[in-house]
Design a protein around this ligand. Structure first.
Ligand code: 5GP
Ligand code: MG
Ligand code: MG
Length: 189
């Protein structure tokens, strides 16, 4: 195997690998098959939420056996903190209307569920033919909002994770696996 980020578990900022590369890839392929079957001959528009969903989106789109389109939205996140402010702001909107489209919203992780709740609300108002949600990860924790997703890759413990698109302070998005960071890294030390 080529040298590179697979060797990063040795990095001092990481505590442990939560989901290894092989497990991630197998699950994403499975989701691709399930979601393709669900849509059948309706071609969906995949809407990825930047930046965290970019890796999942790329793999999921290629695991779907159908022609489809992709677009991205960007919303405000926590910045360098790890607690949600509950305030969501659209930083980059879709380029075109989605009225009459079969929209599949692609998210990296559901934590409080507030981001997804807000996005569902915004997109639903634009009258898509359908709106479905897939999240790679969902934290197992009590929530004030339902955190409904039609497909979830993995339910994970309530810990701060990085890799496969997810960052802490902008780093680790290119890890091919999902890892738990050490508390010091989360605090930006
Ligand atoms: P929410 O709390 O609104 O469900 O989560 C909003 C966003 O916070 C997620 O889309 C993700 O970008 C970020 N987030 C939540 N939990 C984690 C985590 O454990 N690790 C990382 N890197 N980002 C997270
Ligand atoms: Mg996200
Ligand atoms: Mg982030």
């Amino acid at each position: 195997m080529a040298e590179g980020l697979r060797d990063i578990p040795l990095h001092r900022g990481l505590d442990r690998i939560l989901i290894d590369e092989e497990t991630l890839q197998a699950r994403v392929r499975e989701l691709g098959r399930e979601i393709s079957e669900y849509y059948g001959d309706r071609s969906p528009l995949l809407v990825g939420v930047l930046t965290g969903a970019f890796v999942f989106m790329a793999d999921l789109a290629r695991a779907m056996a159908m022609p489809l389109r992709v677009e991205f939205m960007a919303v405000s996140s926590y910045g360098q903190a790890t607690q949600t402010s509950g305030v969501v702001r659209i930083l980059k909107d879709l380029d075109r209307p989605i009225e009459g489209e079969h929209v599949l919203l692609v998210e990296d992780i559901i934590d409080s569920g507030l981001t997804l709740e807000y996005l569902i609300d915004v997109l639903q108002r634009r009258n898509p033919a359908s709106l479905r949600l897939v999240a790679l990860l969902r934290k197992n924790k009590p929530r004030s909002v339902p955190a409904r997703a039609d497909w979830v890759g993995f339910e994970i413990p309530d810990e701060f994770v990085v890799g496969y698109g997810l960052d802490v302070a902008g780093r680790y998005r290119n890890l091919p696996f999902v890892a738990v960071v050490k508390p010091d890294a989360v605090l930006g030390k």
